[in-house]
Design a protein around this ligand. Sequence first.
Ligand SMILES: Cc1cc2nc3c(=O)[nH]c(=O)nc-3n(C[C@H](O)[C@H](O)[C@H](O)COP(=O)(O)O)c2cc1C
Length: 205
Amino acid sequence: MALDREPGQDGPPIHELLAQRWSPRVYDPGHELTDEDLRTVLEAARWAPSFGNVQPWAFVALRRGDAQHAAFTELLSRGNASWVPRASAVVVTAHRVTEDDGAPVDYAAYAAHDLGQATAHLSVQATALDLHVHPFAGFDHAGAAALLEVPAAWQVTIGVAIGRLAPPESVEASDPRLAERDRRPRARNPLAEIAFADRFGTPLG
Ligand SMILES: Cc1cc2nc3c(=O)[nH]c(=O)nc-3n(C[C@H](O)[C@H](O)[C@H](O)COP(=O)(O)O)c2cc1C
């Protein structure tokens, strides 16, 4: 059963950068992401570990107000179109699926994992910069690959909205559902259901 608690309330406290990270939908539409902050969060992604250090990740940054960002927002699913455009930037991620010549790669099973870890680094660094990050998969991936000219050896994976958090009240009048989403308690499965000792299914003591 899922728990409706914030980190640290039903388990040992975790680092504040991890505890403070969450995926909001109400962003400050006036906030501009500085070049330095953008480079810093991508630098954090760059230093993630990866299978054989192959670094099978790539990122395309799109800033709110730019033509490519506007074109990308046309590709969002209906649910995501209500909030992604407010964020200061979107970073579209991709992981490598073949060599440039189409030959298979021997790390194919781990490339998406490694990109995910790089994205986690990005999120934690963003939290340290007082920014919030919300990953999202709901968009036209083929359309994004074409728009962003992503080579065939790479698979567009997710979008990552980055920006400054705004209070739910700021959208209460225009989009009460969005405000309600950001007020919802966050939930996780109990540790006993996912972490085992010695054998899968044997709860950690
Ligand atoms: C691969 C991936 C895809 C996601 N896709 C969407 C999405 O399309 N729209 C959305 O609102 N949230 C999306 N999310 C965000 C998750 O719903 C969110 O991370 C989860 O509910 C946990 O909430 P938290 O990040 O606030 O802890 C996605 C997250 C991941 C990792």
